[in-house]
Design a protein around this ligand. Structure first.
Ligand code: HEM
Length: 602
C-alpha cells in the first residue's frame, strides 16, 4: 500500500527544514559563516568543541586554531573564539557583554548567587559597588588590618615553617604551602585573623581541605557545558555524572565558609556599642527608618577590635546589605531587594547545597537568607583568592628555582628594602622558635616600597603571563542587537564568545619567544619598546567590568610571600614531575605538587 502523497510532502518539508536550519544556514548563510572554522564540523555541530573541553585540551587546541586561522575563529555553530585587543577584548569585555549561564551553573555557593556567578550587569554592579573599595590598591596599602595580619602570618607562621624546613633539610611541597599562605591571608582579610584559617600551622586541616577542594576539579565539565543533559540524566534516568562525594566535598567547604563567617559575626556583635538598631522583639521599624534584622541588628564598633582581627570585607558587605534591605510598610517585614541579590542561575541538583537547606530551617528567614548570601559572596572571594594566587606562586618558585641567577638578583633587590624581612629577623630564619614574642619582631617592609621593586614586579608579571592561573576561556554572550568582532560584521545576539589568556599571552609579536620565562621583558629597556602592547595584551586578571576584583589583593599578598621566602632563603627543585598546567579554565599543576629544598642564605 502506498503512503498518501501528503506524508511524503510533509517528510520533505521537515527534511528541508532540518537541512536548512542545522546545515545550510549555519554553514553558509549565517553571518558567522564567514568566520574560519576551528574544525571542519564547527559550523554545524558543537560536538568537536565539547569533546575538546571534555578531554581537557581546549586551551592548546583553540590556541592552535588562532595561530592557523587568525584572531577570530568559529568554535561551534553558536560560538566564537577571539584573540585580539581591538575588535576583540575591547568590544567584548570592555564593552560589557554579559556572562553566560556557564557561570551560575557552577559558581553558586549555598544555592545562592554571588558577584562572580551573576550574569546580568545591573545586579552585578550593585553588588560590586558594595564591596570593591576594600580591594582597591590605595585601601590595601593604607589598611592597618592588612599590614597587621600580613606581618603576623609571615612572622608567626610562614618564616618559622620555612626555617624548620631549612634547618632540618626536609623538602617542602610548595603547592600546598602556597595554598595555605594565600588562604590564611585572604580569609584573614575577609573575616579577620582570628576567624580566618590557620592552615600554615595546621597541616592536617590543610591537607583535608585541599583534598576536598582539588578533587572536585574533574567534575566541572558536565554542569557547566551540558547543564540540561546533566539535570535530565539525573531526573529521568537516575544517572549522576557528578558523583555524590562531590556534593559532600562542597558541603564541607561551605561549612568551613559558614564557620568563618559566624566567628567574624560573633566578633562584630561583641564589639557593638550595645545600641541595637532593632532588637529581637521590639516593634517593627517604620518605613524609611534605619532597617535591620534581629540577627544582624547591632552596629559593630570596628575600632574596638584589634586591627588584625577586623573582618574588613565581611563587615563592609554585611553593612551594605543590611542597609539595602527593603521594608514593606504594611506588614513591617524586611526583605532582600531584587537588585542587591543577583539573580539565581539554573541551579543543578548535584550542586544544590545541603548546608543551605539545613539553614533554611532557622527561624528568621531574612537573617538566614542574608547570612547565606554573605557566605556565598565571601566563599567565592576566598576560594578565588587562594586558589589562583597559590598556583601563581608555585610557578614563580619553580621558575626562580630553575633560574638561580634571577633568584640571587631578586634577593639582592629585596634585601635593599628598609625593614627587609630576613635581615631583621635572622633568628626566625635560623630556626629559633620564639621569634613572635616581641612585638617589634613583626616588622615587614612598607607595602608601597615593596610594590615599586622592578625585578619583583617583573618576575611576578612574567609568571602571571606564562603560567596564568586562569588561562582558559572566559565566556560572554553577544548582545541582542548583534555586534562586529574583528572584521566580521552582523554577528547576531546570543552567540557565546570567549577570549583566553593562554593565547593572548603567547602572541609572538607582543611577547617574543613567548614560551620562555623572561622577566627582563618587563624591565624598562624592553618595556619602552613593547611595554604598551604587553600591558594591553596582559590578561591574567581579565578586563572590563567583570575583571578580577581581587587583583590588587592578589599582588599584595604574593609580593609579601615572595619577599618572605627569597630575602632569606634559597629554593631549588627536588621533584617537579607533573608540573605542566592542567588544560582548563583554572590551571594548577597536573601533579598537584612541586617539591623544593629550602636553604637559609646568610
Ligand atoms: C593570581 C591571582 C588571581 C588571578 C590570576 C585572578 C584572575 C581572575 C580572572 C581572570 C577573573 C575574571 C574571570 C572571568 O570573568 O571568567 C577574576 C574574577 C574574580 N576574581 Fe580573581 N584572580 C586572582 C585573585 C583573586 C583574589 C585574591 C580575589 C579575592 C578577593 C579574587 C576574586 C575575584 C572575584 C570576586 C572575581 C569576579 C569579579 C566579577 O565578576 O566582577 N581574585 N579573577
Amino acid at each position: 500500500m502506498s503512503l498518501p502523497l501528503s506524508i511524503y510532502a510533509l517528510a520533505a518539508v521537515f527534511f528541508s527544514f532540518v537541512l536548512y536550519k542545522y546545515i545550510l544556514y549555519p554553514a553558509f548563510l549565517s553571518p558567522l559563516a564567514a568566520i574560519p572554522n576551528a574544525n571542519p564540523t564547527s559550523a554545524i555541530s558543537p560536538l568537536w568543541i565539547l569533546w575538546t573541553r571534555f578531554k581537557q585540551r581546549e586551551n592548546v587546541t583553540v590556541h592552535s586554531a588562532h595561530k592557523r586561522l587568525g584572531p577570530i575563529v568559529r568554535l561551534g555553530p553558536n560560538e566564537i573564539g577571539v584573540n585580539c585587543v581591538k575588535g576583540g577584548l575591547l568590544t567584548v569585555y570592555a564593552g560589557g557583554f554579559e556572562k553566560s549561564d556557564w557561570y551560575p551553573n557552577l559558581f553558586c555557593n549555598y544555592g545562592m548567587p554571588n558577584m562572580f556567578s551573576t550574569v546580568q550587569s545591573r545586579p552585578h554592579s550593585v553588588r560590586k559597588r558594595m564591596i570593591s573599595n576594600t580591594y582597591s590598591k590605595s585601601y590595601l596599602h593604607s589598611s592597618p588590618t592588612m599590614s597587621a595580619l600580613t606581618a603576623q602570618i609571615i612572622h608567626r607562621r610562614l618564616l618559622p615553617l620555612l626555617a624548620t624546613h631549612a634547618s632540618s633539610s626536609t623538602p617542602v611541597n610548595a603547592f600546598p604551602l602556597f595554598s595555605a599562605a594565600t588562604l590564611d591571608i585572604v580569609t584573614s582579610y575577609i573575616f579577620g585573623l582570628r576567624a580566618g584559617t590557620d592552615y600554615l600551622t595546621d597541616s592536617a586541616s590543610l591537607e583535608a581541605f585541599l583534598d576536598r577542594y582539588e578533587s572536585r576539579r574533574a567534575y566541572t565539565f558536565w554542569p557547566q557545558e551540558l547543564p540540561r543533559l546533566t539535570s535530565w540524566l539525573e531526573t529521568w534516568l537516575g544517572l549522576r555524572v557528578v558523583p555524590r562525594w562531590v556534593d559532600e566535598a562542597n558541603r564541607q567547604i561551605e561549612a568551613l565558609g559558614l564557620h568563618m563567617l559566624d566567628r567574624a559575626e560573633e566578633l562584630l556583635r561583641n564589639s557593638a556599642l550595645g545600641q541595637p538598631i532593632v532588637s529581637a522583639g521590639s516593634p517593627a521599624p517604620s518605613a524609611g527608618s534605619q532597617k535591620s534584622v534581629p540577627s544582624f541588628s547591632t552596629e559593630p564598633r570596628l575600632s574596638a577590635i584589634p586591627p588584625a582581627d577586623v573582618p574588613v570585607v565581611y563587615a563592609q558587605l554585611r553593612a551594605a546589605m543590611v542597609r539595602a534591605l527593603v521594608l514593606d510598610p504594611s506588614s513591617g517585614a524586611l526583605s532582600m531587594p531584587p537588585d542587591a541579590s543577583p539573580a539565581r542561575g539554573p541551579l543543578l541538583a548535584p550542586y544544590r547545597s545541603t548546608v543551605a537547606q539545613d539553614d533554611s530551617t532557622r527561624g528568621d528567614t531574612v537573617a538566614a537568607q542574608l547570612r547565606l548570601e554573605l557566605a556565598s559572596e565571601m566563599l567565592d572571594h576566598w576560594a578565588a583568592g587562594f586558589d589562583t594566587s597559590g598556583i601563581t606562586l608555585t610557578y614563580l618558585a619553580w621558575e626562580l628555582s630553575k633560574n638561580p641567577e634571577v633568584q640571587d638578583a631578586l634577593r639582592k633587590e629585596l634585601r635593599g628594602l628598609p625593614a627587609a624581612i630576613y635581615p631583621r629577623n635572622k633568628r626566625a630564619a635560623n630556626g629559633e622558635k620564639d621569634v613572635s614574642a616581641a612585638q617589634d619582631e613583626l616588622v615587614i617592609p612598607d607595602s608601597k616600597l615593596l610594590d615599586q621593586l622592578p625585578l619583583l614586579n617583573a618576575v611576578l608579571q612574567e609568571t602571571l603571563r606564562l603560567h596564568a592561573a586562569i588561562p582558559g576561556g572566559q565566556p560572554r554572550v553577544t548582545p541582542t542587537g548583534g555586534c562586529k568582532l574583528g572584521a566580521y560584521e552582523g554577528i547576531p545576539g546570543g552567540v557565546r564568545v570567549n577570549a583566553q589568556a593562554y593565547s593572548l599571552h603567547r602572541n609572538e609579536q607582543v611577547f617574543p619567544n613567548a614560551e620562555e620565562w623572561r622577566p627582563q621583558r618587563w624591565l624598562s629597556n624592553e618595556t619602552t619598546k613593547g611595554g604598551g602592547d604587553m600591558n594591553r595584551w596582559f590578561w591574567a586578571f581579565g578586563s572590563g567590568g567583570r575583571m578580577c576584583v581581587g587583583s590588587n589583593l592578589a599582588i599584595f599578598q604574593m609580593k609579601y610571600i615572595i619577599a618572605a621566602i627569597y630575602t632569606g632563603f634559597r629554593t631549588s627543585i627536588i621533584d617537579d614531575e607533573g608540573i605542566e598546567q592542567v588544560d582548563a579554565y583554572t590551571a594548577p599543576p597536573k601533579g598537584g605538587k612541586l617539591v623544593l629544598t629550602v636553604e637559609s642564605v646568610a
